[in-house]
Design a protein around this ligand. Structure first.
Ligand code: ADP
Length: 608
């Protein structure tokens, strides 16, 4: 509503505002001009009655005239068309019924006109319910009157003796003009409304097209960013592998103690950089929704021992106590889930606990909370006596690239991606991490996870013999005939140098297709297969090798060499028929162990 309208306003334009709908504006205009017309018409009737000396009718018409003037003033001051319409309809109904029952005591053309006017006006101005109400309030008494007239029993003495013809003519004309006026106004408003709707629809259509374009652009740019990050990280990984590989080689070559120290620093920094690149790659992958969770059988106790094994050494190097407590109920159970992702979560939490604790203890607790219908709920908790986190920062630390403070970055390094990855990995499985922490006292990060349990009874893993076998394997790998499928020349050089330490001269195939040919026409005991190669990649090459007609060749052990630290590689490697995989940069001992295990399990004689 327009608040600036003064009391002496008489203009309709001032009471119209932009927030009124087209229909409401038409209603206000209709009332404005309608009231003008009514004032003129009633004024004319009043003048006529006054000249004719009809006193009672002159008084009642004066009252009506005055009411119309007040309503007109009210409208031009505060355009409350709803209330004004109700008052007008009540007045019109009173006039109509007074005409029928008292003044005229008949139903003539004026009654029909006024009734029609009331019906049209009430529907247009106030909608269906009020329209029906006023229509019935007028029609029902008229019908009752007609029935009474039919029985000729209705006559009351108030009827004027002579019906004044001129008043009648003025009323008939004025009412007709009203009816035409209302119809005209609403027809125009209706057409205008339809046009407006069309324009709005067209505008909305073009806005939608624009929105779609902008969305597409945003999606493309986000995809480009993702791809750029991914490509960059991969590109950085390749030379990093070479740096770490070379460092490993140099360390195997009995360096002087001072050289060894420098090499240790080189290896530490290169590993840190690689971890950072891996985090960026992994986070990018999670953010672009490409993470698929595995559902494979694994043993929780073994997983925890593996993840915490290396971490325990790190903690002890820092002089911290490291306690890993695993619920006894979990010892003989195998569960289904994604061991790689779970390891990643625990690894991140334990690394942080060790990193942010100067003295005291790091506890890792794994407790079975519930066991129902072969689904267990397990609580994982990592607690430390470290520097702790301020309460107001507890949410912030889960944001990507965010650390508690600048001092954290300066003192402890890191990217601030670890907890963001952990949080998103849990969220993708509908799980939540809870944190409790007190500055200078310590922190506890915990979460619950459900696992289906296998029904087969699982024997306690016999650790000792495996370790013994491995130790033996490291000692004697023999000189097997090794085929390496690898396209990167630096990597080839690295592998050759590494193998020369074990007195093995590997054969090199520069892509997957060459590798298949060489297997067909040559004799090899084991294949090391890079996965990303031109012409034919490692996965497809492995599939083809497994299809070779000669069973001896089709069953050659194949170890995948993955440059990708991404965590879904495992399933694809086994799916394409390869026996195992090592991630680049591989630790020489790990590769040697895996080769030996596979070689000793085949019937292929090992060359010595
Ligand atoms: P980063 O370890 O690379 O700094 P994270 O995302 O793993 O990144 O952790 C984010 C921040 O949360 C850390 O920088 C640190 O301020 C805080 N934080 C995480 N774990 C702990 C902990 N156990 N004790 C104290 N602060 C922690």
């Amino acid at each position: 509503m327009n608040k600036d309208v003064g009391f002496f306003n008489f203009s309709v334009n001032k009471i119209l505002t932009k927030d009124q709908t087209i229909l409401d504006q038409a209603r206000i205009r209709l009332l404005y001009y309608g009231l003008w017309l009514a004032i003129i018409a009633v004024g004319a009737v009043w003048l006529n009655l006054y000249v004719e000396h009809r006193e009672i009718l002159t008084y009642s018409t004066s009252l009506l005239f005055l009411s119309l003037v007040i309503l007109f003033k009210y409208l031009t001051f505060r355009p409350r068309w709803g209330i004004i319409s109700h008052i007008l309809l009540v007045l019109a109904t009173m006039v109509n019924l007074t005409n029928v029952f008292i003044t005229l005591q008949s139903v003539d053309i004026i009654t029909a006109q006024i009734t029609f006017l009331i019906i049209v006006f009430s529907f247009y101005m106030l909608g269906q319910t009020c329209g029906l109400f006023y229509s019935l309030v007028n029609l029902i008494p008229i019908l009752i009157f007609l029935v009474l007239m039919f029985n000729s029993s209705y006559v009351i003495g108030l009827k004027p003796k002579v019906v004044d013809e001129s008043t009648k003519i003025i009323s008939i004309c004025a009412t007709f003009i009203f009816i035409i006026f209302i119809q005209n106004y609403f027809y125009r408003a209706f057409i205008k409304n339809i046009r407006q709707l069309k324009v709005t629809a067209e505008e909305r259509g073009s806005l939608n097209v624009e929105l779609e374009k902008v969305l597409e652009k945003a999606e493309k740019s986000s995809q480009a960013k993702s791809e750029f990050l991914s490509t960059m990280s991969h590109e950085i990984r390749t030379p990093m592998n070479a740096v770490i590989g070379m460092t490993n080689l140099l360390m195997m070559g009995n360096p002087r103690p001072d050289q060894k120290d420098n090499l240790e620093i080189l290896k530490f920094s290169a590993n840190n950089l690689l971890a950072l690149v891996n985090d960026v790659l992994d986070f990018n992958k999670i953010e672009s929704g490409k993470v698929v969770f595995e559902n494979i059988k694994f043993n929780l106790v073994e997983l925890m021992q593996n993840v915490c094994g290396g971490q325990r050494l790190k903690a002890e190097e820092k002089g911290l106590d490291f306690i890993l407590e695993i619920d006894n109920n979990l010892r003989n159970k195998d569960v289904f889930g994604d061991p790689t992702r779970l390891s990643q979560i625990i690894f991140n939490l334990v690394s942080n606990a060790i990193k942010f604790t100067h003295n005291g203890t790091v506890w890792v607790n794994v407790t079975q909370l519930e066991d129902r219908h072969n689904i267990i709920t397990v609580d994982f908790s990592v607690k430390d006596t470290g520097i702790g986190i301020e309460k107001e920062n507890l949410d912030m630390i889960f944001e990507p690239f965010t650390q508690e403070s600048i001092t954290t970055t300066r003192q402890y390094g890191g990217t601030g991606l670890g907890l963001a990855i952990v949080k998103r990995l849990l969220e993708l499985q509908n799980l939540r991490m809870s944190v409790q922490s007190q500055p200078a006292k310590g922190s506890e990060f915990s979460f619950n996870m459900e696992f289906p349990v296998t029904t087969e009874s699982v024997a306690e893993p016999e650790k000792q013999p495996v370790i013994a076998a491995t130790a033996k394997a490291v000692e004697s790998i023999g000189t097997p005939r090794v085929l390496i499928a690898e396209d990167n020349m630096v990597n080839v050089m690295l592998m050759k140098k590494l193998f020369s330490k074990w007195n093995i001269v590997p054969t090199i195939a520069e892509n997957g297709e060459r590798a298949i040919e060489m297997v067909q026409y040559g004799n090899f005991d084991i294949i090391l297969m890079d996965l990303q190669m031109p012409v034919l990649n490692g996965f497809d090459a492995a599939v083809e090798i497994r299809k070779l007609p000669d069973p001896k060749k089709a069953n050659i052990p194949i170890i995948a060499l993955t440059a990708s630290a991404l965590f879904d590689i495992r399933e694809r490697v086994f799916g394409s028929g390869m026996n195992d995989y090592v991630s680049k940069p591989f630790k020489p001992d790990e590769l040697r162990e895996k080769m030996q295990t596979l070689l000793s399990s085949t019937s292929t004689p090992i060359q010595t």
